[in-house]
Write a protein that binds this ligand. Structure first.
Ligand SMILES: NC(=O)c1ccc[n+]([C@@H]2O[C@H](COP(=O)([O-])OP(=O)(O)OC[C@H]3O[C@@H](n4cnc5c(N)ncnc54)[C@H](O)[C@@H]3O)[C@@H](O)[C@H]2O)c1
Length: 439
């Protein structure tokens, strides 16, 4: 089987490499020439555990190819995946420019049957718009007889565990409208689900909606727990205990009950905004999701608020060590990261920032340029700092040497945005501790 994956980002590169790993002949396409040239030389443009060996192995085996030229490969393909970005536009709608650009290129060059699959997260109805656009252009080109299929196959991988998620998915959701599309997608995904075939076929609109509804549910759990955590602090309860007590109820479950400093990343914020807009367009108000978004915006300010409160607002000229910049561990993705909200507030208040992240330092420079000090490691970041603030829970932050930190820091406040430290233990070293939702 020959497939093309258009858009070689977090989703497209992982999908393409993992399909190739199963023996499929895959061409990854991107308009970014540097990215494609880099990939041909073995340079992986993103930090994603386990991805590099799969890319290198399959590229060497000539099952994985890279190109910027979609038209030159299009007509050899059985399936073309669209996996380009769908960021928010100024009003919060999903910006579908990249998706429609790909659709236009396909429409302008298609000469043989193909299945076109939308993998990007798109508002309900987008795949049908892609189909209309291509049909209209083919008709204009005099190709009324040329038939093609469409499908929707939203992606559920998590950055930081993307390869594992793709290789062993909980389920694969596929929206189809023809038997031919269903058969092709069944063949493609069978190797991933040999033991227990969990492809859930449905209509295309429901498939598109499933992706938004899933992200909306996960974001809702996060904002709900952040609300609970904030109340715990006010009434003297400990959210760590509450979480365990709640999560052991099988109707609730343990996942996604961790309070923190707000959700970020390339998906939840934009997808919540987009589903609210989709609803508005059809005259419906997503009241729960509006609250989810509002709680999250407030929660992203909590680390700054705790730091500012500790020093009673006298923070100008202070120095803060920030450990963790990416929106979550095991990725270099900085899109909508809570660390950015924190750092911007600190800088606006005249605070000096010394930051360290195991993977996202290069990416962070795009957002923060020379406004902060980029530290070589956690201790370099903490040197002379008045506070240590942790927005992202990388493993290497879990057991630092508190004795060294006590010696090199100037003041001894730790603001723990992910509840990875123990208040009593830190007190024994002479640190003041402020976590999320704890007494
Ligand atoms: N990142 C995630 O964790 C994740 C998870 C599930 C779903 N998604 C969804 O998948 C989609 C892609 O997300 P991503 O994070 O991989 O995006 P990304 O920004 O990392 O990558 C998108 C790529 O598409 C390329 N591109 C843009 N226009 C193109 C064109 N006309 N032809 C070829 N390439 C083009 C860009 O150069 C870029 O390399 C989004 O809709 C996103 O919501 C993302």
């Amino acid at each position: 089987m020959n497939i093309a994956v258009v858009g070689t980002g977090y989703v497209g590169l992982v999908s393409g490499a993992c399909f190739a790993e199963m023996g499929v002949n895959v061409t990854c396409v991107d308009i970014n020439k540097d990215k494609i040239e880099g990939l041909k030389k073995g340079v992986i443009p993103i930090y994603e555990p386990g991805l590099k060996p799969i890319v290198l192995r399959n590229y060497d085996a000539q099952r994985l190819h890279f190109t910027t030229d979609l038209p030159s490969v299009l007509n050899d393909m059985d399936i073309v995946f669209i996996a380009v970005g769908t960021p928010s536009d100024e009003d919060g709608n999903a910006d579908l420019t990249y998706v429609f650009n790909v659709a236009t290129t396909i429409a302008d060059h298609l000469n043989s049957h193909v299945l076109i699959v939308t993998k990007s997260t798109v508002p309900v109805g987008t795949s049908h718009k892609v189909k209309e656009l291509i049909r209209q252009r083919l008709d204009e080109r005099g190709l009324q007889e040329l038939d093609f299929d469409i499908a929707s196959n939203p992606e559920f991988l998590k950055e930081g565990a993307a390869v594992d998620d793709f290789m062993s998915p909980d389920r694969v959701v596929v929206g189809v409208e023809t038997e031919r599309a269903k058969e092709l997608m069944t063949r493609l995904y069978r190797p991933f689900l040999l033991n227990n075939f969990r492809v859930i076929f449905m209509d295309i609109l429901s498939s598109e909606m499933t992706k938004y509804a899933s992200n909306a549910m996960l974001a809702t759990r996060i904002s709900f727990m952040n609300d609970v955590a904030n109340l715990c602090e006010l009434v003297g309860a400990d959210v760590n205990m509450v979480r365990r007590g709640m999560g052991s109820d099988s109707r609730i479950g343990k996942s996604f009950l961790y309070p923190g400093c707000g959700y970020g990343g390339s998906c939840f914020p934009k997808d919540i905004r987009a589903i609210i807009k989709v609803a508005e367009d059809v005259g419906y108000e997503m009241s729960v999701l509006k609250a989810v978004e509002s709680v999250n915006n407030q929660q992203k300010g909590i680390l700054f608020h705790k730091f500012n409160r500790f020093f009673k607002g006298d923070i100008k000229g202070k120095t803060v060590a920030v450990w963790g910049l990416s929106f979550k561990p095991e990725t270099d993705d900085m899109r909508d990261a809570p660390s950015l909200t924190l750092i911007n507030s600190l800088l606006e208040s005249g605070v000096n920032v010394r930051a360290y992240d195991p993977a996202a330092m290069q990416e962070a420079k795009i957002y923060l340029n020379d406004r902060i000090y980029y530290a070589a490691d956690i201790y370099d970041a903490a040197n002379n700092a008045d506070a240590l603030i942790v927005p992202t829970e990388w493993k290497e932050f879990r057991l630092p040497n508190w004795e060294i930190l006590k010696k090199i820091m100037n003041n001894f406040l730790v603001v723990d945005g992910r509840n990875i430290y123990n208040k009593e233990e830190l007190a024994s070293y002479g640190f003041e501790y402020s976590g999320i939702g704890q007494r």
